[in-house]
Structures are given as C-alpha cells and as structure tokens.
Design a protein around this ligand. Structure first.
Ligand code: AP5
Length: 249
C-alpha cells in the first residue's frame, strides 16, 4: 500500500503500511530497538532474538564495517569516525537506516541494533514510522557498567562471518578459530583500550539521553546486562513474548 502522504523521510524510505488508516498502527508486528553501551551484548542477544522471533536484524555497525571493507563511498566517509570511536554524522547514518528499512523484509517488523544513537536519529525514525502508520513496540536497554564494558571489549574476538566470541566468557572450541566457519578470529580496530574509552564517553554524552526519550514515551524495558548471555536472553525473550501477546489480545 502506498504511503498516505507524499514527501518526507517515510516517502523517501518507501516504508510500507499494512493499515489503510495511517493513524492506526498494525498490532501484530514487532519493531524493536536494542539500546546500551558498546559491549553491552547487543549483538550477542540479537543473534538469539532474531532466531526466536524471525525478525530481520539491522545493525548499523555491521552495515558500516561492510561498507568500509567494500571500499564504498559510505565506508570512506564513515571510517575516520569509527576508527576514532566517534559517531558517524547523523546526516549520513539516517539515510542509511531509512534505506535499510525500505525493504520487503522489514515491513512486518525489525530488530535495530546501533540505531538510534542520538536524539535527532530517534526523531527521524519516529517520523518515518509515523508517516506509514507504524510505531515502535519496545526499546530493550542492556544496562552494563563501564568497567565491565572495558573487560568485554578488550577480550572480544570476531570471525569473518561476524560471529562474536570472548576469550574468557565465550571462547571458541579451538583457540583463535571460529566454531562455525573455521576462519581466524580477529580483534576489531575500535576495540583498542583508548578507543573503547572514547566510545564510552560518546555513549554517555550522545546516546544516554535516549533512555529518557524512550522512557517518556513508555517504550523502555531495562535488562541487567551483567548477567550471563543465557540469563539475559531468557529475560528479554519472556518480555518480548509478553508484549506480543498483549498486542494480539
Ligand atoms: P557498533 O558496531 O554498533 O558498536 P557498539 O554499539 O559500540 O556495540 P558493540 O558491537 O561494540 O557491542 P555489543 O553491545 O554488540 O556487544 P557484543 O554482543 O559484541 O558501532 C561501531 C561504530 O559504528 C560506532 O562507534 C560508530 O562510529 C559507528 N556507528 C554505528 N551506528 C551508528 C549510528 N547510529 N550513528 C552514528 N555512528 C554509528 O558483546 C561484547 C563482548 O562481550 C563479546 O566478546 C561477547 O562475547 C561478550 N558478552 C556479551 N554478552 C555477555 C554477557 N552477558 N556476559 C559476558 N560476556 C558477554
């Protein structure tokens, strides 16, 4: 169905609505955001949640790292910010995410990881969804203190396919090799100690205001991210399943 309004970010994004009344959101879709500091376990939980709920997973960090690896214009613009632990400018990333939502796959629900990271990014998403009669279901906040973030990110290793490990908390079966594709595990460029500290500073200054933003809108759900990956997953899964049930009633 066509966008009821012409113009605006939603039209640019081509987001689809399943309702003929743009003011009445459809109730069965899950539109979820994972929020939290770097290293909170967003990617770790996303892998499990996408399997639980069959949602398309849209991770801005993955999109940007692929663009860098592919040497695209986006990658060229993003690399300097990512390497420095800073945010890619809003005008670059908002277009990227609206394009990622402009797909057949994402029209019935999505799991966003790494977006939004600033209030203007959140406002752009709200506007785009509203234009097509959709809305967010919940924002899942993983609470993890800075010291734990530093321990996690300094021990993180990733495979070529993006599978995430930790040398202490979630080691591969064979040291330095991915369990799934056997590729060598590497450390991300932005997981160096100075860059980790910079990313945390940026998170507290620019992304943390989103906690109040979504709390005020009744969308925030908090989870203790210091628990084991399985405990965190069980808690989130139960919460999301309840939200969906409430929606369907
Ligand atoms: P991005 O890739 O999104 O990085 P991030 O948000 O900093 O998050 P991470 O991927 O580092 O951590 P995570 O929470 O997914 O943790 P993980 O599951 O891996 O962004 C990278 C860069 O891109 C940004 O710095 C910015 O430059 C740019 N960018 C991206 N989006 C942008 C946007 N919207 N606007 C502007 N710029 C943007 O877990 C971490 C480690 O801990 C792993 O080793 C894991 O095994 C372990 N672990 C996970 N859970 C647990 C647990 N419960 N207990 C013990 N260990 C655990």
């Amino acid at each position: 169905m066509a966008d009821p309004d012409s113009g605006g970010p939603a039209a640019a994004a081509g987001l689809q609505t399943t309702s003929s009344d743009a003011t009445k959101p459809p109730v069965t879709e899950l539109n979820l955001i994972l929020l939290g500091p770097p290293g909170a376990g967003k990617g770790t939980q996303a892998e499990r949640l996408t399997q639980d709920f069959g949602l398309p997973y849209i991770a801005t960090g993955d999109i940007l790292r692929k663009a860098v690896a592919d040497g695209t214009e986006l990658g060229r613009r993003a690399k300097q910010y990512m390497d420095a632990g800073e945010l890619v400018p809003d005008d670059v990333i908002i277009g990227v995410i609206l394009e990622a939502l402009d797909t057949e796959e994402a029209k019935d629900g999505f799991l966003l990881d790494g977006y939004p990271r600033t209030v203007p990014q959140a406002e752009a998403l709200d506007e785009a969804l509203k234009k097509v009669g959709r809305q967010l279901t919940a924002v899942l906040l993983l609470d993890v203190p800075d010291e734990e973030v530093e321990r996690r990110l300094s021990g993180r290793r990733v495979s070529r396919s993006g599978r995430v490990y930790h040398i202490e908390f979630d080691p591969p079966k064979h040291p330095g090799r991915c369990d799934i594709d056997g590729s060598p595990l590497i450390q991300r460029d932005d997981d160096k100690p100075e860059t980790i500290r910079k990313r945390l500073k940026v998170y507290h200054e620019q992304t943390e205001p989103l906690i109040d933003y979504y709390e005020e809108r009744g969308l925030l759900r908090r989870f203790d991210g210091t628990r084991s990956p399985t405990e965190v997953h069980d808690h989130i899964r139960a919460t999301v399943a309840t939200l969906r049930l409430e929606d369907e009633l």
